[in-house]
Ligand binder design. Structure first.
Ligand code: F6P
Length: 343
């Protein structure tokens, strides 16, 4: 078969490992040929392709980013984009789409509405794609954030400060809750549970009265104050209509300092969480996903996404993963684990 591959949306560590696994297995076991689409759906819409074979995949397993490039372009948001995409996709027998909510959402529509023979692979540091227990990229981001929190502890202790550390995750608090628990944060604030600034400050004061003079507060970029507590500025929207998050840590640190008198500082980790080499866990998961995707193509399991469930790789309908209301959110039971340490 001639198989197209694209990576779309925000990059994450492990994308190259998926590409390598799919190409290596496709060539060795099925005798496939591959075509890379440049910059996600943009390459499909504009007909920009890259050569892709086993040779091109040498040495890419530990590399972050993506050899195919990525973008947030969606065929449905470009004038004539769907028609152009369908025209260009006629040159391949099937397509492997590696992406998060937005990229896979477009894939789902193309499969449903136009019967494009495609298979999805879930990626994102945010870990918010439904129907899979985890997406690759997430563990790497959590490790990077945890390492940063460990470093913040020592400088916080040296100066008796509150350090507010903001992590990514869009509207899900997965990175915050995992890195916060792993890093022993004094407070973890996630979008799933709007925060009460009064309560946070009370906890910090109690903690400092009981002999601890430094605290690390981890906040997810998508966190929101409880309505009626503190004013929250409107969020900007990027050219693809996505809200641009980031900066809540500044507001939080200012409020904490004002209300408690504790000197506070801000660290916004930003894109370092997405860069660099994937952890061993993410490399293995990405490799398993890449191989499962090529098998799914040869079984004609189109409109499906490969996923991890109970440690096994399974195939699920794309609708289950990216259909409205199916995004994966942090459950309250994980919040309760963190809660015990706020006292
Ligand atoms: O979805 C991954 C992610 O890193 C989010 O956590 C973050 O909000 C967003 O992408 C940042 O996007 P950009 O790279 O366009 O600034």
């Amino acid at each position: 078969m001639r198989i197209g591959v694209l990576t779309g949306g925000g990059d994450c560590p492990g994308l190259n490992a998926v590409i390598r696994a799919a190409v290596r297995k496709g060539e060795a076991i099925y005798g496939d040929e591959f075509l890379g689409y440049a910059d996600g759906w943009r390459g499909v819409v504009e007909g920009v392709t890259l050569s892709l074979d086993g040779q091109r995949c040498r040495g890419i397993l530990p590399r972050g980013g993506t050899i195919l490039g990525t973008s947030r372009v969606s065929p449905h948001l470009v004038n004539g984009g769907v028609e152009a995409a369908l025209r260009h996709l006629a040159e391949v027998d099937a397509l492997i789409v590696i992406g998060g909510e937005g990229t896979l959402g477009a894939a789902w529509r193309l499969a449903e509405e136009h019967h494009v023979p495609l298979v999805g692979v879930p990626k994102t540091i945010d870990n918010d794609v439904g129907a899979t227990e985890v997406t690759f990229g997430f563990h790497t981001a959590v490790q990077i954030a945890t390492d940063a929190i460990d470093r913040l502890h020592t400088t916080a202790e040296a100066h008796d400060r509150v350090m507010v550390c903001e992590v990514m995750g869009r509207n899900a608090g997965w990175i915050a809750i995992y890195a916060g628990i792993a890093g022993g944060a004094a407070e973890i604030i996630i979008p799933e549970e709007p925060f009460d600034i009064e309560l946070i400050c009370e906890n910090l004061v109690r903690r400092h009265r009981s002999g601890r003079y430094a605290s690390v507060v981890v906040v997810a970029e998508g966190a929101l104050p409880k309505p009626g507590t503190i004013p929250f500025p409107e969020r900007e929207v990027d050219i693809y209509g996505h809200e641009r998050l980031g900066g809540i840590a500044n507001l939080l640190a200012r409020e904490i300092e004002l209300r408690t008198g504790f000197e506070s500082r801000v660290t916004i980790l930003g894109h370092v969480q997405r860069g660099g080499t994937p952890t061993a866990f993410d490399r293995v998961l990405a490799t398993r996903f890449g191989m499962a995707a090529i098998d799914a193509v040869h079984d004609g399991a189109f409109g499906k996404m490969v996923a991890l469930q109970a440690a096994k790789i399974v195939r699920v309908p794309l609708a289950e993963a990216v259909g409205s209301g199916n995004a994966k959110r942090v459950p309250h039971e994980l919040v309760e684990v963190a809660d015990v340490f706020y006292r």
